[in-house]
Design a protein around this ligand. Structure first.
Ligand code: ATP
Ligand code: MG
Length: 558
């Protein structure tokens, strides 16, 4: 977290200061993912806020799997979520819990409310419930509100015992049917559901609603600051009602912050699952996905993601962040840290006609100009090279400073000065070979006489030693910047060109046999990493993590 205090930290500081409502308490937060999908970058913001805030105050943060709702939860997700949190550099120590572990206590606390006359069993069906909901200025009603405590207690126990069908009864908190806040109009706190729970099996057929279960779970764990996203702001009075009226050991405070929205993607597990289940991406970890496993596979680093989350800040107003800013943060990180190599994505043979046949030499080329301590690597050179197709034109266009017959001298990066003399073509007119001559007195790339080189510096690989690889170039998953915006069918906003495969590309021999994770800057091309799923030492597959060029311009004043 940055040095500056955000509004959450300011509130906590007041609360724990001498004289504050939580004077002297250790800050204790929780991160409560629902194990029904993989974490995405939005969850990651919450994770950084929850763990980061605790860290900032020297406190602790629990990991709590919010598996209160029995649908679609799975151990696969439980494990993946833990891996993602650790990858981001956070740790919950011994404090990993499951919301469902509190089912018995939660049930007992609900009985306690009934005994206090603060909850009752209501027999309105879902449809009737709607009809009795009232309106702005018109209170809700329930014919069951004043039923005797003993009767509610008996019915609630029988609900638990499985005597009643789904939807026939609910337990409702008895709060205020006339409240202007509809969440307070005697909200349902338990419902009947005959579904198997991934941890509890068929032990339960009644399940607490989130608004009831969450504050209880927080309080039972001794959480004092329950940080959540803004959509829960209207639920805070209910949160407070529960911790005040149920017999829980402490009274946590809920503080809401704005959720993260990103352009050109969707941040909803439900929608991400649709992409996976419809085969529109290769899986939750498809490198185009905004999931942490997708970003990791794409070549994102935890540092880049944390930097991004830090820089977008924590506030109370909703906003949408440009996807380009996330890329900008990655580019900054990789620019600093990634090893430079040469790879030719659209290879065309180039022959240095005055370089002796059968001869070869090795150049030591710097790995990273930003980190001289990273040293150099050997790169072989011979008469036979590959260069990028776009670095040659038979007929130059205005201002073209690369290779064309009779064109300017160009530098082969780290090697020699060359000048293009011609080319060979096949019967269809495709360029099959570029012909050049080199200046033997320019070893390392600088001419002996110090003359100015007017042409571009060009990357190359040695045809005699180059290794074949596959490159996957990615673009935005959605071409529409707001696929999530109201009324749109997000699936119709997909970018048909979000994946382009180049095979084979030609990479420096030194990359042969490498294994993921490994990130590189392909000179003049972008940042690439070995694909953790598909790359093998004898069959390299690279993902383009991010291009070199920054399309993002920092808003002024930031
Ligand atoms: P989704 O809609 O993607 O399923 P969710 O809120 O249902 O999200 P949870 O697993 O319940 O998913 O979320 C875990 C935590 O992450 C919660 O505290 C939630 O508020 C937070 N969270 C979810 N989405 C975002 C987001 N876009 N920005 C910030 N926090 C988020
Ligand atoms: Mg949720």
């Amino acid at each position: 977290m940055s040095e500056e205090k955000n509004f959450i930290q300011a509130l906590i500081e007041e609360d724990i200061a001498p004289g504050g409502p939580m004077a002297g308490q250790e800050v204790h937060t929780r991160f409560p993912p629902e194990p029904n999908g993989y974490l995405h970058i939005g969850h990651c913001k919450a994770m950084c806020v929850d763990f980061g805030t605790a860290e900032k105050f020297g406190g602790i943060c629990n990991l709590r799997f919010d598996d209160t709702n029995p649908a679609k939860e799975d151990n696969e997700y439980v494990e993946a979520i833990q891996e993602d949190i650790h990858w981001m550099g956070y740790d919950w120590g011994e404090r990993m819990y499951y919301g469902s572990d509190y089912f018995e206590q939660t049930y007992q606390l609900a009985e306690g409310l009934i005994r206090k006359g603060l909850a009752y069993v209501c027999e309105l069906s879902a449809e009737e419930f709607k009809a009795h909901r009232g309106d702005i200025g018109v209170p809700a009603t329930s014919p069951w509100r004043d039923r005797p405590v003993e009767e509610s207690l008996d019915l609630f126990r029988r609900m638990r015992a499985g005597e009643f069908p789904e939807g026939s009864m609910t337990l409702r908190a008895r709060i205020d049917l006339a409240s202007g806040n509809f969440n307070m109009r005697d909200p349902v706190i338990y419902r009947i559901r005959y579904v198997e729970h991934h941890r509890q099996g068929t032990n339960w057929c009644i399940f607490p609603m989130y608004d009831f279960a969450h504050p209880i779970q927080d309080a039972l764990e001794g959480i004092n600051f329950s940080l959540c996203t803004l959509e829960y702001e209207d639920h805070r009075p209910l949160y407070n009602w529960v911790v005040e009226n149920a017999d829980v050991p402490c009274r946590p405070r809920q503080i809401e912050f704005a959720r993260l929205n990103l352009t050109h993607t969707v941040l909803s597990k439900r929608k991400l699952r649709q992409l996976v289940e419809n085969g529109l991406v290769s899986g939750w970890d498809d490198p185009r996905m905004p999931t942490l496993c997708g970003l990791r596979r794409r070549g994102y680093t935890p540092d880049a993601i944390r930097d991004f989350i830090d820089r977008i800040g924590v506030s109370k107003s909703d906003s949408t962040v440009e996807y380009g800013f996330l890329e900008h943060c990655l580019r900054e990180d990789l620019n600093e840290n990634a090893r430079r190599v040469m790879a030719v994505l659209h290879p065309v043979p180039l022959t240095v006609t005055n370089y002796p046949e059968g001869q070869s030499e090795t150049f030591e080329i710097e790995n990273n100009p930003n980190r001289p301590e990273d040293g150099t690597r050997p790169v072989t050179f011979s008469r036979n090279l590959y260069v990028e197709a776009e670095d040659f034109l038979e007929e130059p266009v205005p201002k073209y400073k690369r290779l064309y017959p009779g064109g300017p001298e160009c530098r082969l990066k780290g090697a020699y000065i060359i000048r293009c003399t011609g080319c060979n073509k096949d019967a269809e007119g495709n360029i099959t070979e570029i012909l050049c001559e080199y200046d033997p007195d320019s070893r390392g790339g600088d001419p002996a006489d110090g003359r100015k080189i007017k042409g571009a510096a060009i990357h190359w690989v040695d045809r005699d030693t180059a290794v074949d690889a596959e490159a996957r170039l990615y673009d935005n998953l959605f071409s529409d910047p707001e696929p999530d915006a109201g009324g749109k069918d997000f699936l119709s906003c997909l970018n048909p060109d979000s994946l382009q495969v180049l095979d084979p590309i030609k990479v420096e021999a030194g990359l042969a046999g490498m294994e993921a994770p490994a990130s590189f800057q392909f000179l003049r091309q972008g940042y690439f990493c070995l694909d953790s799923a598909d790359s093998a030492p004898d069959r390299l597959v690279f993902n383009r993590s991010v291009s070199l060029k920054d399309s993002f311009t920092m808003p002024t004043g930031k």
